[in-house]
Design a protein around this ligand. Structure first.
Ligand SMILES: [Zn+2]
Length: 223
């Protein structure tokens, strides 16, 4: 038995990374995987071109029916941060070939939408910054206790992505126990900031989730 590995070429790895803007492809992560280095001629990489079906026989999700070429083909790879790539290999039953293909497709769709300007990628750090300004009263987010309301609305949209655009605002306002005008105002800001796109009926799940998570954390901190 040979210990052969069908590794990706450097070019394939780069393409996998670039096809998702260097973000981790796990829908619960989407962290940035590249950055600078203290050596000004170098860079830091915290990502991995992971094999969907393993590169070698004993690896996770190995498919003996693939040829060596198919195994190292770009279609068998997914770009993940180091942590997520360890997790998917530690429990291959949970992270099936089908699921990883779905992640890959969604991550590339997300990168495409960001590239096309349909959604705005809002890193958690930026949301933090918005909240800081908020506390100094320099920003919409600080006024009228809207931080709490925004978190509520973001969570509602996140949880109801399928029927959100089909449900009347008055109904949603009632469910959330807020005034319809308040809901309108929040949606207007979400639309402006790329968390939702009212016209194209698209929601930015990653940004919405970071919003209610960040706000939750902030509220806990303030007490
Ligand atoms: Zn990740």
């Amino acid at each position: 038995m040979t210990k052969k590995r069908d590794d990706f070429t450097k070019r394939t790895k780069d393409k996998l990374k670039d096809r998702v803007n260097g973000l981790c492809s796990s829908p619960n992560c989407r962290t940035l995987t590249t950055g600078p280095h203290t050596d000004k001629a170098e860079r830091t990489n915290n990502g991995n071109a992971a094999h969907i079906t393993a590169a070698s026989e004993k690896g996770p999700r190995f498919n003996p029916n693939l040829t060596s070429e198919q195994r190292k083909h770009i279609s068998n790879g997914i770009w993940l941060c180091v942590s997520c790539s360890n997790i998917i290999d530690a429990d291959a039953n949970r992270f099936s070939v089908k699921l990883l293909h779905k992640w890959k497709e969604e991550a590339e769709k997300y990168a495409q939408d960001v590239l096309d300007g349909k959604v705005k990628h809002i890193p958690a750090m930026v949301l933090n910054d918005i909240y800081t300004k908020d506390k100094n009263g320099q920003n919409f987010y600080s006024r009228n206790n809207l931080t709490d309301t925004k978190g509520k609305v973001a969570k509602y949209i996140y949880d109801h992505e399928v029927d959100f655009f089909l449900t009347k605002n008055t109904v949603i306002a009632e469910i959330l126990n807020i005034l319809p005008e308040t809901l309108q105002r929040v949606l207007k800001y979400f639309n402006r900031d790329g968390l939702i796109n009212m016209e194209k009926r698209i929601i930015n799940k990653v940004a919405l989730k970071s919003l209610f998570k960040e706000l939750d954390d902030c509220i806990k901190l303030i007490g």
